[in-house]
Design a protein around this ligand. Structure first.
Ligand code: OAD
Length: 238
């Protein structure tokens, strides 16, 4: 019944926006942060939230990069049916934007073109001193901390805890959410702000929430689906 209603929403809507998080990539084999088996539930020498902070990056780039390379750069993994279905819907002209908190680039690899990366991407890296760009391959090749030819420290273009989101990306995300007819939210605990707060800009009556665990926004959903997003979206006709 719920899947039928979601299919009806999809069929009827010409302005769909998707908002997602780490749970979109778990069916690709990547762990999320707060779900079952998530990174924040594993034991490390430092709390993962601290290891993903700007202060930790500056104070301990060696440990930061070890964690970043092992856990944040998705070597050997790729998109799953959720990513592919969203790309298909965009191609059909129905989905206007994917707004993601993920830094794994899977939406683009699946074919999505209008992807707003609220938390940046591990595929972009730059020198803190001269701003030279470096591909992810360079980061992976460096045995320890990657430095620029100028001697500056290279950092990934991701938003670390303690840093602000890009105003332009946020502005675009707000515009798409505010204009959306159907907003599909999935694979996110909606626990991290300001990203989660962007949902407040949706004023429609088709807010679909697809998640495995409960979230603080469940009572606002017009359609709540507890399940695996790859399975759910993958089962729909576009
Ligand atoms: P979380 O790990 O907080 O939440 C992922 C959610 O997805 C959980 O509620 C899971 O139950 C759910 N989930 C997992 N697999 C799923 C599946 N196959 N289908 C449906 N739901 C599934 O991830 P985010 O909400 O993305 O930020 O986390 C937000 C931010 O916290 C991240 O962008 C990252 C992190 O710290 C930074 O690093 C700045």
């Amino acid at each position: 019944m719920t899947l039928e209603l979601l299919q009806k929403y999809l069929d009827e809507s010409q302005n769909i926006v998707f908002f997602g998080g780490a749970g979109v990539s778990t069916e690709s084999g990547l762990p999320d942060f707060r779900g079952e088996g998530g990174l924040f539930r594993q034991k490390y020498a430092y709390a993962p939230e601290y290891m993903l902070s700007s202060s930790f990056f500056r104070e301990n780039p060696k440990v930061f990069y070890k964690f970043h390379k092992e856990k944040m750069i998705p070597v050997g993994f790729g998109p799953n049916p959720a990513h592919y279905k969203l790309a298909e819907l965009e191609k059909a002209g129905k989905l206007k934007a994917v707004i993601t908190q993920n830094v794994d680039g899977f939406h683009q690899r699946a074919g999505s073109r209008n992807v707003l990366e609220l938390h940046g991407s591990v595929y972009r890296n730059y020198c803190l001193d001269c701003h030279e760009s470096y591909p992810v391959e360079y980061i992976l090749e460096c045995e320890s901390v990657p430095y620029c030819e100028c001697g500056g420290l290279i950092r990934p273009d991701v938003v670390l805890y303690g840093e602000a989101l890009d105003d332009e990306v946020v502005g675009k995300a707000i515009k798409y959410i505010a204009q959306a007819e159907l907003l599909i939210v999935g694979g996110t605990s909606l626990a991290v702000y300001p990203a989660a707060g962007l949902l407040d800009y949706y004023h429609g009556n088709k807010l679909v929430l697809i998640n495995q665990d409960p979230t603080g926004y469940d009572n606002r959903a017009d359609l709540l689906i507890q399940g695996k997003i790859g399975q759910v979206l993958g089962s729909l006709k576009s």
